[in-house]
Every structure is written in C-alpha cells, then in structure tokens.
Design a binder for this molecule. Structure first.
Ligand code: GDG
Length: 472
C-alpha cells in the first residue's frame, strides 16, 4: 500500500515536561488543521521535532510511543542542533535572506554543516518509515535539502515540497555561499509549491541563472527528471473561524472588550515579533494619523498584539526594545486620562479571545514589509460575520495577490498608510459590506482543505507525467 508522509521541522503537537512528566498538546496551527485528514489517515505519518530536548532513551521511547498513537514520529534534535541548524542557519541565514533582509544574515560554515546534518537526520527518520513508492510532502525552509537527499535513496518515491515563506529574487539567493546547493536540494522534488506566481517566477529564474537548467511553463528539465513548479496560495479553516466568531463565548469576550473601549474605533494589529512584519513602521504611521488627522485623537485606538518569538536572535531583542520605546513615546505624547492611543500586549491570546479581537476590530492593519502569505488577514475576514470592517493590507504580503478588495498599501509609504487608515475609518458601511463579502467568498472557497487537495492532486499528476516522460 502506498502511504503519505508529511515532514516539517516541528510536529503539530507540542510536547512539554512538567513536574508530573510529559504533556502532549495538539497544535491549532493552520498547517496542522489542513493536513490533519491526511496524516491521520490509515498508515500515514507526520515526521518532525516534538519541540523539546529528550536525551534519555527511555523517555525517547515514551515520546515515540505516545506520538505513534496519533500518527506522528519524532526526530530528536539536540540543543546544539537547534542552536546551529534552526536558530543558526534557518532563522539567521535563510529567514533574513528570503525576506530581503540580507543585512541581517549571517554566513557561518558551522551553521551550514549543522543544516546539512539535520536535513540528513530528517532524511534517515523518513526513510525508516517509508517504502520505495510512498508519497512524501516536505514543508518549508528548514528542510530545503531534504527532497534531494530523499530522491537519492528513493528514486521512485513521489516527493512534494512547499515553501511557506517568500522565494526572493535570484539576486538575493546568489549572495548566499550555498545558493546552488539549496536549489539542487529543492529539485529532488517532483512538485515544488509556492504561495504566489511571483515567488515561483523568482525560483525558476534562479534555477536558470544559477544552475543553467532550462525551464518552460513551470517545468524544469534536470538531466534526469522533470520537476513541476506551481503556485498554491494557502488558505485557512474558514468555518472554524466563522463559527467561533458567531459563538456565545466570542460574543461575551467582545462585549467585555467593548465595555472597556467605549466610544473608540479599534484598529487591530496582530503578529509574531518579527522584523519582516513592519511593526515599527505601523506604529509610526499610526502616530502620523494622530498628527495629520487630529480629529481622531480620543476617537481611535490601536490594539496591538505582539506574540513573543525567537528572542534568542539579536535582531528580535532590539526590535522588541524599539517597539516598547515607540509605544511608550506615542502614548506619553498623545494620550489623555480618558484615552490610550495604543493598547499593547506582548503575549499570545487563547483562540476564542483572538477571534473576539477580530470581531471587535473596525480596521485590521496588516502591514508586513515581506510575508510569504499572512494568515492573519484571512482570519480577520472569516471572523467578520456582520461583514463590517476594513482590511488594510501590505502589497508585499502573498495574501495581497488574492485579497484585492482590501485597501492595498506599500508599508514603507507612511503617507499612503495614514491616508488608508483615514479612508478605512470613514468608509461608508455599504462599501465595507461590498468589499468584505467579496473577500469572504474568496477566503471561504480557497480554504486550507482546498489548498491541501490541490497540492496533493497536482503531486499525483506530476508523478504520472514523470512516468509518461520516462517511458516515452
Ligand atoms: C509562515 C509565513 C505564511 C497570532 N497571534 C496569536 C495567534 N496567532 C496566529 C494567527 C495565525 C498565525 O499565528 C500567524 O500566521 P502568519 O501566516 O501570519 O505568519 P507566520 O507564523 O510567520 O507563518 C507566513 C504562513 O507560514 C503559512 O504558510 O502565511 O507568511 O511567515 O494563524 O492566528 N494565535 C493565537 N493567539 C495569538 O495571540 N491563538
């Protein structure tokens, strides 16, 4: 029987250690939801790091056993591997480079060596679980070398790869000392997926210019195989957001927030702490709104949630300081006894409270300077059950390609952002409803289940095509 194996850096379950022993908490992330029906199906499995260090063999056996009962298999990474492969090469070399922040990228041979070794470790874990004809779907930038490693060991396997972050112009890629190796690693797949056609074009051009391989109509001819490349914009579990937003619990939370924020319009901002998300630019634009359109003073507040992330990496710690400083300065300068311009939370909210924040917000301000897709924009849309509310979205988020009924802005153009904020705050209800219903129809149809299905169908097709070509 042919099986499907999903591979990602992290498993869709968080394993933690407390005084009583180990706890296993399923992740509610979009990918886990979208792929749930696949990896839980008979004989299939999801391979990845369980999120904690387990050195003791007896404990490793316990984790393996527990995960097995939910169709998962762990790859145990050591502290040194996480430091050099994950925080090092993945998050300090690839992440900044692929998001056009080359100035933040480090080029450490030791990190590269750890990245190669960790990809090899994932490869061995996958090989131990697969047969020659299985389907393997590799996820994201931490595992760019894995498709080629798997291909060498399993020439006939069906291998898919999906990149969740942008694929940059080849000008960025060739700054990396290991650009060619990374491209070759990806080309071990039969199908390579990106969120947008723009990322796909960048990849094809990098392959032609850096590896000298011919490409045509989303196909790459390697000396031995044909690789298909396509765009698959990822969606969300729309009904889960819409249903939670309509629930009594969400309404109750919203009433509580509304009570505290009486008489002010709410602009919402939600991100993981990251320099790609444009958080500081957003704060400056909000301050500029209060200066250029001072009629909004006392009448609008920015509710800003920043979820702690990667605080071991230097740029993240200094970004956190910059945000703290900006919020403090803006509140001190513009606030009054009865009005706080910015309500700032440096933590994450439980799911139903997050949904209530989406419900509450008159405007969602999603202004990353680079973002593979951005699911927050889609979640906001799904939660506006009364079809009121305006999405302001950066044209540099992958989501902007689909969400053309949002107010699209260039996140570094402060004046444009200020005017978009003003326009959103005065937008007539009828226009809000028209835009929101168009956005909802789109996000509802192209949900995460459709995304999974499209990718898997195309992957199966790529294999048939490969077979036809090799027997021609
Ligand atoms: C990568 C790419 C691409 C946020 N705050 C809270 C919370 N969240 C959840 C949101 C959303 C998720 O985190 C963030 O997803 P994004 O898509 O915005 O960004 P990344 O995490 O950077 O993800 C990105 C994505 O992969 C998928 O391919 O879109 O471009 O960078 O789901 O809801 N969740 C809860 N409380 C919070 O306070 N519960």
């Amino acid at each position: 029987m042919s099986r499907t194996i999903i591979v990602s850096n992290r498993l869709p379950t968080k394993v933690q250690r407390n005084a009583e022993g180990l706890t296993f908490q399923p992740s509610e992330g979009g990918l886990a939801t979208g792929l749930g029906s696949i990896y839980r199906a008979d004989g299939n499995v999801w391979v990845g790091w369980p999120g904690l260090f387990v050195d003791d063999p007896a404990e490793q056996a316990e984790v393996t056993e527990r995960l097995k009962s939910d169709s998962m298999a762990p790859v145990f990474l050591t502290e040194a591997e996480i430091r050099d492969y994950y925080e090092g090469f993945s998050n300090s070399t690839l992440w900044p480079t692929f998001h056009y922040f080359s100035q933040f990228a480090t080029y450490e041979d030791a990190h590269w060596a750890a990245y190669v070794a960790a990809n090899q470790k994932f490869c061995e874990a996958v090989l131990a679980l697969t047969g020659p004809e299985d389907t393997i779907w590799v996820q994201d930038y931490q595992l760019l070398l894995l498709p080629e490693m798997l291909r060498k060991a399993r020439p006939n396997a069906t291998i898919g790869f999906f990149l969740h972050i942008p694929f940059p112009s080849f000008e960025l890629l060739r700054v990396l000392p290991w650009g060619n190796e990374l491209l070759r690693g990806m080309l071990g797949a039969d199908l390579i997926g990106f969120h947008t056609y723009g990322y796909m074009r960048h990849f094809l051009s990098a392959v032609t210019r850096m590896l000298g391989l011919p490409t045509q109509n989303g196909q790459i001819e390697t000396p031995t195989r044909t690789v298909l490349v396509d765009a698959f914009p990822m969606g969300i579990d729309y009904e889960r957001y819409a249903e939670t937003a309509a629930s009594e619990a969400a309404l109750a939370h919203e009433r509580t927030y509304r009570e505290a924020l009486r008489d002010v319009r709410v602009v919402l901002s939600i991100d993981r702490l990251d320099y790609t998300k444009g958080i500081a630019q957003r704060l400056r634009a909000f301050e500029q709104l209060l200066i250029n359109h001072d009629e909004w003073c006392g009448k609008v507040s920015l509710l800003m949630v920043v979820v702690p992330s990667r605080d071991q990496v230097a740029q993240y710690a200094s970004l956190k300081e910059e945000i703290d400083e900006l919020v403090g300065r803006i509140n001190a300068r513009h606030g009054s006894i009865s009005w706080n311009p910015i309500h700032y939370f440096y933590r994450s909210f439980p799911f139903d409270e997050l949904v209530s924040l989406y419900r509450l917000a008159d405007v969602a301000l999603v202004t990353p300077v680079r973002d593979g897709m951005n699911l927050v924009a889609k979640e906001y849309i799904a939660c506006k059950t009364d079809q009121r509310g305006v999405l302001i979205l950066s044209e540099r988020a992958g989501a902007a390609v689909e969400l053309t009924d949002a107010l699209l802005i260039n996140p570094t153009n402060t004046n444009q952002l200020v005017e978009a904020l003003h326009e959103a705050l005065v937008m007539p209800e009828e226009e809000q409803t028209t835009r929101m219903s168009n956005l909802q129809a789109l996000v509802q149809q192209y949900n995460v289940f459709a995304w999974t299905q499209l990718f898997m169908d195309r992957l199966a097709y790529s294999k048939i095509k490969q077979h036809t070509l090799s027997t021609d």
